[in-house]
Every structure is written in C-alpha cells, then in structure tokens.
Design a protein around this ligand. Structure first.
Ligand SMILES: [Zn+2]
Length: 221
C-alpha cells in the first residue's frame, strides 16, 4: 500500500499496477478480481474501513466486493446506473463480432446488493466527490478532489496497454466498453479538469495534466 496523495493510498493488486484498488480516507475504492481478495485483506489489515465504493460494476473492480461486505460487514456504494449490474454480477460487453456469450461469462462476478447508489456530486471521503462518467459502464463514476487536483478515473482512461502492459494512455478496450462514444465524452470531461494526479484502474499514477489533455483532445469520434 503506497500513499499517493493526502489520505489516498494505492493498492496495486498485480505487478506493474495492472489492477488497482485505492484506500481513500476510510473508504476502499474497488476490490479487484475475486482472486485478489486475500491480498486486498492483507494490504488493508491495519486500517479501519467503513465503506466500500466502486468506480463501476465490472469483475476486475467488484470481484471481491461480495466477500468484503460479508467479512467486514461494511456497506457497498455504487453508481446508481451500475446498481443492477452489481446486484446480478453481470455486465454488458462492448460490440464484438463474435464470442459475445463467452465474453459475458468471462465478465461475471459474485453479485451483491448495493447499500447506497451514488450520483453526481455525492461525497465519497477525504474531500472527494463522485462524477458521473458513463460509457465503459452505464453507472461508471470517477472520484475528484478539486482542492489538490486528485482524480480517481476508474477505467475512463487506462495507463497501460492490456496487450503488452507497457505504460501509456489508452481508452478502455472496446470489447469491455458498451458505449465507447460516451466514454470519450467522459474522457474529455475529466481531462478538462486538468487533474494534477490521475489514479487509474489499470496502470500507474500519472502526474501530467498536459499529457492527459493532449490524449483526450486527440480522441476521434
Ligand atoms: Zn477495469
């Protein structure tokens, strides 16, 4: 667990920050794939966690959420339009030419009942508020702290290549993104905030607002 900003810790769940969770104040943001659960518990063992919030209800972010809720007895918060996906443990893939049903079963995770549905402007912890950033999922949320320009962007941007794990900005893969055009809108919105620090679901932290703006400006519809 590594402190990346005041009251914010990164929890890399795989090497090279391939899958991340974050501790924000006393709220744990995301839980990785189901297989990361023990690692997540070990990493946060010395901390008191009062709630678990999601950026979105996908298997690599909500995979351990059901177990977290039952073991720690903490409430789960999710973007309102991802509540149904969290409940069912199913999420919509992108537009793929074939293998849609295989992809859907790959994307399944243990469903769990959310305790709170978050909307634009709702407070997370430690000065962060939720921003509705749909596209990669219908109820995708980013978390923003204006005071020091820290942004938890979820999967609106990736800061690594899924193919090679090389560090660099990308949009999320099309096969996991039901509405890429809407995600580009969300990407432009987040880049316009000119965040000083961006924390990703996938990839290491980025402290380069100009690189983020340039990337977002080059996105083509
Ligand atoms: Zn993801």
């Amino acid at each position: 667990m590594q402190m990346v900003a005041r009251d914010v810790y990164q929890l890399p769940l795989t090497p090279r920050s391939g899958v991340n969770a974050y501790l924000v104040g006393d709220v744990l943001v995301d839980s990785g794939y189901p297989l990361h659960f023990k690692k997540l518990l070990r990493a946060t063992a010395s901390r008191t966690i009062h709630a678990h919030a999601l950026t979105h209800a996908h298997a690599d972010h909500a995979g351990g959420s059901k177990k977290l809720k039952s073991m720690l007895g903490i409430p789960i918060w999710v973007g309102a339009d991802d509540a149904a996906g969290l409940r069912s443990g199913r999420s919509e893939p992108g537009d793929v030419p074939f293998g849609r049903s295989a992809l859907k079963s790959y994307m399944k995770f243990p469903g769990v009942e959310p305790d709170r549905e978050l909307r634009e402007g709702d407070e997370l912890a430690a000065g962060f508020v939720a921003l509705e950033t749909p596209g990669h999922s219908p109820g995708h949320l980013a978390y923003w702290r204006e005071e020091d320009g820290t942004l938890i962007c979820g999967d609106v941007f990736f800061n690594m290549s899924l193919a090679t794990t090389a560090v660099g900005l990308h949009t999320p893969p099309g096969f996991f993104t039901p509405d890429p055009a809407q995600n580009r809108e969300s990407a432009r919105r987040l880049a316009a905030l000119q965040p000083k620090l961006v924390l990703f679901g996938h990839g290491p932290p980025l402290r380069d607002p100009i690189a983020l703006s340039a990337f977002a400006a080059a996105l083509v519809d």
